[in-house]
Ligand binder design. Structure first.
Ligand code: PLP
Length: 396
């Protein structure tokens, strides 16, 4: 390397030092989750408990889903063989997209490699195709939504989180006929709060706007067949509904359901849909089995809700404050980047319990938190032990 390139690369260690000085350097803790010992993982050589997984229903270790993936792997192999355009569209892609569209009551669905890619690619492609569109985006939207919007340099208005008065004022400032798109989530993961999907759809109707709702945290956990908050609210109006397989479904991938023409256009134009290898047949066969379990998952959803209620009572009894939101997500605030790291370390080292500290920029500085999840397999005894360990660690 020349002196010049060495100087250039010197930028990075300096930037890393700056992150460390500001307490923002991220370290990853490695685990191997154990399918036969749900909620546990091996960390170094220790068996520990994981209390922050996004596997909300515990389905990533469900024997029937594991079996579906194994059988399909034996039959079809481990890779997909190409992009969707080049021999990478399997029968499972076609079948899953058909089922997802029907589940959400939409004309078409497209499966992407992840929820992030689904949001980014669909938003950036749809927005770019509509001249002069204005986008209205909730201030707490997920990074994948924000990046998809920013990619296009479109006109935009960021409305304060769930502030529909502000949203309405902003919508009213534009010509009725100017194209508009409202982008929001149904459940926000950091606070666990739920948006008023029908009130947002009313505004969309009144001001002639399209809507895009990210149901990442709600598919699987909400609605009579698990199709999300819109299904629970009997709301069919959102133009686009996005969901993921990587959370309650326990597999991997993301999707968008919506109007046939728009998604056919996305299929033909979105670079992150076209120029990438598709998900393997076996992974999608596992997802199809997972979808069936989710659709008939009333008992799972009830068990999740029971555990959430039990956890909240136990936290209250132990004098531990939490955000009491109307969802399965239970944020426990532990303000201060150093402080929460300390509590997490004590939990892991002295109690064998792992929860990830959530820091800036995912949440504002001073609003650091743990995000506790209690899948159906958790027992009241395990929840009691967890809360006792958390109490002791907070007191340390
Ligand atoms: C996790 C998440 C995504 C991204 O999904 P992945 O499949 O993990 O890429 C999108 N939106 C929201 C709100 C999320 O929390």
């Amino acid at each position: 390397m020349t002196e010049h390139t060495n100087t250039l690369l010197g930028i990075f260690p300096r930037k890393i030092e700056e992150l460390k000085r500001n307490g923002l350097y991220r370290s990853f803790v490695s685990f191997s989750h154990l399918a036969a010992d749900q909620g546990h993982a091996v960390h170094d050589t220790d068996r520990i408990q994981v209390w922050c997984s996004n596997d909300y229903l515990g389905l990533s270790q469900h024997p029937e889903i594991i079996r579906a993936q194994l059988d399909s792997t034996v039959k079809h192999g481990t890779g997909s063989g190409g992009s969707r355009n080049i021999a990478g569209t399997s029968a499972a892609h076609v079948e899953l997209e058909r089922r997802l569209a029907a589940w959400h009551g939409k004309e078409r669905a497209l499966v992407f490699s992840s929820g992030y890619v689904a949001n980014f690619e669909t938003l950036s492609t749809v927005i770019s195709a509509i001249p002069d569109i204005v986008v209205f985006s909730d201030a707490k939207n997920h990074r994948s939504l924000i990046e998809g919007i920013l990619r296009t340099r479109c006109a935009k208005h960021i409305f304060p989180h769930n502030d529909l008065d502000d949203l309405e004022r902003a919508l009213a400032e534009h010509d009725h006929d100017r194209p508009k798109l409202i982008v929001f989530e149904s459940i926000y993961s950091m606070d666990g709060d739920v948006s008023r999907v029908s009130a947002i759809c009313d505004l969309a109707d009144r001001y002639n706007a399209l809507t895009f709702v990210d149901e990442t945290h709600a598919v699987g956990s909400r609605g009579p067949t698990g199709a999300g908050v819109c299904e629970e609210a009997g709301e069919t109006r959102p133009t686009f509904v996005q969901g993921v397989f990587s959370k309650a479904f326990g597999t991997v991938g993301g999707y968008v359901a919506g109007p046939d023409g728009a998604l056919d256009y996305v299929r033909s134009h979105a670079p992150g849909f076209i120029f990438t290898t598709s998900l393997p047949h076996s992974s999608l066969d596992a997802t199809i089995r997972s979808l069936e379990l989710v659709q008939n998952g009333d008992a799972l959803r009830r068990a999740l809700a029971d555990n959430v209620r039990y956890l909240k009572q136990a936290l209250s009894a132990a004098g531990i404050g939490f955000l009491d939101a109307d969802s399965h997500l239970v944020p426990v605030l532990v303000p201060g980047a150093e402080r929460i790291r300390h509590v997490a370390r004590v939990l892991l080292e002295e109690h064998g319990v792992y929860v990830t500290p959530i820091n800036y920029p995912s949440v504002p500085k001073g609003a650091e938190r743990f995000r506790i999840t209690v899948p159906p397999f958790r027992t009241p005894e395990q929840i009691d032990d967890f809360v006792a360990a958390l109490r002791k660690s907070l007191d340390s």
